[in-house]
Design a protein around this ligand. Structure first.
Ligand code: KG4
Ligand code: ZN
Length: 350
């Protein structure tokens, strides 16, 4: 089954054609990110206007060399996201479904981040822990625990089968990616902040610091709470208070970036491992922009070796928003909908 997947929830426009939920036949992404650096964050009006510019050329590129008659369905992410951006993808997908007489499959963007782990890629998914089991299982196995870490969301989800999602916990305030972006802004770094913090943290970790103990000790908020919720605003505020009014050297900034990344990853990994043990998960899957973070990958794989579970991350280019994950989720869920009744839902959740 060939599905055309369309993504337009925020500042990326993604269009892809995916076969049977796993094989990427084409995948194109355009981003407004270069325009956002000067604002230090997403400006809804700016990104929505770019969605209008990008979407038709990307659909044409994604379909070049593919017979349009062979497309079996059109999938689109209908939420959550920014309403202006969402509307462009949703209305385009509805129009194409009607004009080309194809079924429409609306997809929850958060579920699609989970399904990015089913996509084949040239670079193998990173699989951690028990090697013997990993060799037999190249796709995630149910039951699984999914950690979604993006700019707008931090969720732990239990999946017992395709389409069967149970939300275990969420952030009570900032999302993990949002905290990366805000701390980057405090340190005077660019947007998006995640990759910038990661690079700076690496500089500290690889350098020759006098001691790995720094003056900055950040809280691991809610790490030991008796639930699967998260909170990142305390860690972010602790950094802001520490930095307040000081002239930081590049070394000082890299120490803060390192300590911040350690604190966020510690909390994410510890709660994910606890959920995987409690629900006897066969796999842990991670999705969303923050899943590109190498320290998060390293720490989760390391901590999962003590029990029988496989860890999956999408290849880094599929961690961020893309159309391929939308097509993958649509294939496994197959929740068709009448194009004339389909509407964007900015507040959609599980
Ligand atoms: O999933 P995504 O592309 O968009 C949303 O749905 O929000 O995630 C974007 C977020 C941003 O907050 C960005 O700073 C973060 O993912 N991010 C990272 C890294 N790459 C992107 N955070 C930490 N480390 C990274 N390498
Ligand atoms: Zn996303």
């Amino acid at each position: 089954m060939l599905i055309l997947g369309i993504e337009s929830t925020c500042d990326e426009t993604g269009v892809a054609v995916v076969e049977d939920g796993v094989k990427i036949r084409s995948n194109f992404i355009a981003s407004s990110v270069s325009k956002l650096a000067k604002y230090g964050g997403v400006v809804p009006e700016v990104v929505a206007r770019d969605q209008v510019k990008f979407i038709i050329p990307l659909i044409e590129e994604a379909l070049s060399g593919i017979d349009r008659d062979k497309i079996d369905a059109i999938a689109v992410s209908y939420g959550p996201g920014l309403v202006g951006s969402l509307l462009i993808g949703v209305e385009t997908a509805k129009t194409l479904a009607v004009a080309w007489k194809k079924p429409l499959i609306p997809v929850n963007h958060l579920k699609a981040h989970i399904y990015s782990n089913w996509l084949d890629s040239n670079s193998m998914h990173e699989i951690g822990s028990f090697e013997s089991k990993a060799r037999n299982s190249k796709k995630p196995q149910f039951p699984l625990v999914a950690l979604i870490v993006s700019g707008g969301h931090t969720d732990l989800v239990l999946m017992k089968d395709h389409g069967d999602f149970k939300l275990l916990g969420s952030t009570l305030d900032d999302a993990a990616g949002e905290a990366f972006d805000k701390v980057a802004r405090v340190l005077g770094l660019g947007f998006p902040g995640g990759p910038e913090i990661e690079q700076l943290a690496l500089r500290f970790a690889q350098g020759k610091p006098i001691s790995k103990k720094s003056a900055l000790s950040l809280p691991r908020s809610m790490m030991n709470s008796n639930d699967f919720n998260f909170s990142f605003s305390g860690i972010k505020t602790a950094v802001a208070n520490f930095v307040h009014g000081s002239q930081l050297t590049i070394h000082g900034k890299s120490v803060i970036a390192f300590e911040f990344q350690e604190a966020v990853c510690d909390v994410l990994v510890s709660k994910t491992i606890r959920a995987a043990k409690k629900f006897v998960a066969n796999s842990i899957v991670v999705g969303g922009g923050v899943s590109a973070n190498s320290r998060l990958r390293e720490m989760l794989i390391e901590k999962s070796t003590t029990f029988d579970v496989n860890v999956f991350f999408p290849p880094k280019n599929l961690s961020v928003d893309n159309g391929a994950m939308i097509a993958a989720a649509a294939f496994f869920e197959k929740k068709f909908s009448d194009p004339l009744k389909t509407v964007a839902n900015p507040l959609l959740h599980f």
